[in-house]
Design a protein around this ligand. Structure first.
Ligand code: SF4
Length: 206
């Protein structure tokens, strides 16, 4: 179902009202959060995952043996906060990165903290013309993408134009996304310029 902007505003107002008047029972989650303040055993410094702002974050994680349904020996993120030493955000975070620990784990009112069951851990692949999605490992997808890039580049490479050497590939275009940071955009630029790609947009204003 397509949701219009008007629908979205209506649903937001209804959900806000429901929260305000206690239609949703958040008490079990509140009680769990109060009884189980975030505790982490490993800490790492990183940057925000949702935009190219590059806010500094402190990421707290625990071993999987300590959470329901976790795998021992594997780390799970349970807490993320802004890094007060970062010159970019000085410890603040917007709501997106402030909730980014939920990419790894969530709190179930009954089971407590569990690995996020909605997290996608495989590549979703749909063959051209097919209607069914299948799971593929990342290694398979990366090899397939690399083979297609090489084939497309070989079939669309122009070495010279008249007396000029142009080394240009017009058969590939690259689009980036706003979560790319400066370093990622630099590497994508290097790779594509090396391939001769001229239709290059990283969305990072580099
Ligand atoms: S906290 Fe907000 S502004 Fe900062 S990196 Fe994350 S999404 Fe971007």
């Amino acid at each position: 179902m397509a949701i219009t902007r008007r629908d979205f505003l209506k649903y937001t107002a209804v959900a806000g009202g429901a929260l305000l008047f206690g239609v949703f029972d958040l008490d079990p989650i509140k009680a769990y959060a109060e009884a189980n303040p975030p505790v982490w055993t490993t800490e790492a410094l990183s940057v925000g995952v949702y935009c190219s702002g590059g806010c500094g974050v402190i990421v707290g994680s625990v071993d999987g043996s300590t959470i329901t349904g976790g795998t021992a020996g594997k780390k799970y993120v349970v807490y993320v906060q802004g890094n007060p030493d970062s010159p970019i955000n000085g410890g603040g975070l917007c709501s997106k990165c402030a909730s980014s620990a939920q990419i790894s784990t969530i709190v179930d009112p009954t089971l407590g903290r569990i690995p996020n069951p909605e997290r996608i851990t495989t590549v979703k692949y749909r063959a051209a013309g097919a209607s069914v999605w299948t799971d593929k490992p990342y290694a398979t997808a990366i090899n397939e993408i690399a083979a297609k890039v090489k084939a497309t580049r070989d079939a669309n490479f122009t070495e010279t134009e008249g007396a000029l050497t142009v080394n240009r590939c017009n058969g590939i275009a690259t689009l980036g996304g706003s979560s790319l940071n400066n370093e990622a955009a630099y590497l994508i630029g290097k790779l594509n310029r090396g391939l001769g790609v001229v239709y290059l947009e990283t969305q990072a204003r580099n």
